[in-house]
Write a protein that binds this ligand. Structure first.
Ligand code: IMP
Length: 172
């Protein structure tokens, strides 16, 4: 598979994102990261380790994504909800990729309704040419073309999540 982003590139960009996040919040503010499973797990693990100067808490949420297909159904379903509430907290949604934007719009709507103090989003990847809805993403790792990518948490039919780099899936 063609390598799109090497592991070192990803790690260096994540350090920049962590620094940008830490600059944006007043000193002493706690940040609550909400990782979107399954694809966001590796990004979350590296991002949280790069946020060395901040008090951080975390939680996980799971929503349905593409079921054994590279095309979005546009349907979003909650598979696992958060363990704790968001009221008064500085929440950052940590997502692997924003494609059509449907998943993120759904997540932002339901999390905003839980009255966080602030709500922002960090996505490792963004495919703007595929967007169906306009959705705000404050922290974007890399903007990529409309190609189906795998690795670094991202899958095709549950495979390739373990790659340390991001590759383009051939024939997509
Ligand atoms: P959206 O709702 O269309 O923005 O899709 C977001 C979700 O689709 C992501 O969280 C991924 O799970 C999945 N997805 C979108 N593009 C890709 C890709 O290129 N590779 C792997 N998963 C993708």
């Amino acid at each position: 598979m063609e390598v799109l982003l090497e592991s070192e590139q990803i790690q260096s960009r994540i350090r920049e994102l962590a620094a940008a996040i830490e600059r944006d919040y007043p000193p002493g503010e706690e940040i609550h990261l909400v990782c979107v499973l399954k694809g966001g797990f590796m990004f979350m693990a590296d991002l949280i380790r790069a946020m060395t100067g901040t008090r951080v808490t975390l939680d996980f949420i799971a929503v349905s994504s593409y079921a054994h297909s590279t095309r979005s159904s546009g349907e979003v379903r909650m598979l696992k909800d958060l363990d704790t509430g968001l009221e008064g907290r500085n929440v950052i949604i940590v997502e692997d990729i924003v494609d059509t934007g449907l998943t993120l719009t759904y997540l932002q709507d339901i999390l905003r309704a839980r009255a966080p103090k602030t709500l922002r989003t960090a996505c490792l990847l963004s495919k703007p040419s595929r967007r169906l809805v306009d959705v705000a993403v404050e922290y974007v790792g890399f903007t990529i073309e409309d190609r189906f990518v795998v690795g670094y948490g991202l899958d095709y039919a549950e495979k390739y999540r373990n790659l340390a780099h991001i590759a383009v899936l051939d024939g997509q």
